[in-house]
Design a protein around this ligand. Structure first.
Ligand SMILES: C[S@@+](CC[C@H](N)C(=O)[O-])C[C@H]1O[C@@H](n2cnc3c(N)ncnc32)[C@H](O)[C@@H]1O
Length: 163
């Protein structure tokens, strides 16, 4: 099997992939399920591996790139279509969960590897989330569809060097 260079540990429905079966990517998610959205469309969450980004089952320095798009919703109802589509954060543990997610992603990322982080500010500001990792992004891009969302690029340093 081809070695996977990219890890997406919260791939959801693989929405932003040009090729949803890209052989370079290991697609992970905590869920494996089919959902029907409010407009009748079927949403399939079908990861290659069912994994928890808080405890990744990979050795240190395993991937050249990581795509990290964790849930960003705190106030969505459990049965809302937004929660079905994107998952949601736990009110009492979201900081710990995302802190552990960043920490695990940077652990399995190779030195000089890139991590692309996506965040929507519907319920929580980007600055609050970036405070959960000691790593600093190199660049960021802000967009807006309904709510502001951000793409950030991190590069993993070597040893103790923090960017
Ligand atoms: C914002 S969505 C990802 C959307 C995805 N990028 C796409 O384009 O379809 C976040 C995903 O994280 C998953 N998730 C939530 N908690 C997780 C965890 N602890 N470990 C792995 N995946 C998790 C949810 O099931 C959800 O599919």
């Amino acid at each position: 099997m081809m070695e996977k260079q990219v890890l997406d540990p919260a791939c959801g429905f693989r929405g932003f992939y040009f090729n949803k079966s890209d052989p370079r990517v290991l697609f992970g998610d905590i869920r494996r399920e089919k959902q029907t959205l409010c407009d009748g469309r079927e949403l399939r969450i079908e990861p290659d591996l069912q994994i928890d980004f808080r405890r990744l089952p990979f050795a240190d320095n395993s991937f050249s790139a990581i795509v990290f798009d964790p849930p960003h919703l705190l106030r969505a109802g459990a049965n809302s279509w937004l929660a079905k589509k994107y998952g949601r954060l736990e009110k009492d543990s979201w900081q710990e969960d995302l802190r552990a997610g960043f920490s695990e992603c940077f652990r399995v990322l190779r030195p000089s590897g890139c991590l692309v982080f996506k965040w929507s500010e519907k319920d929580i500001k980007l600055a609050e989330v970036l405070a959960l990792t000691p790593e600093r992004p190199v660049i960021g891009h802000r967009g807006k569809i309904k709510y502001p969302f951000h793409w950030c690029l991190f590069v993993k340093g070597h040893g103790d060097v923090r960017s």
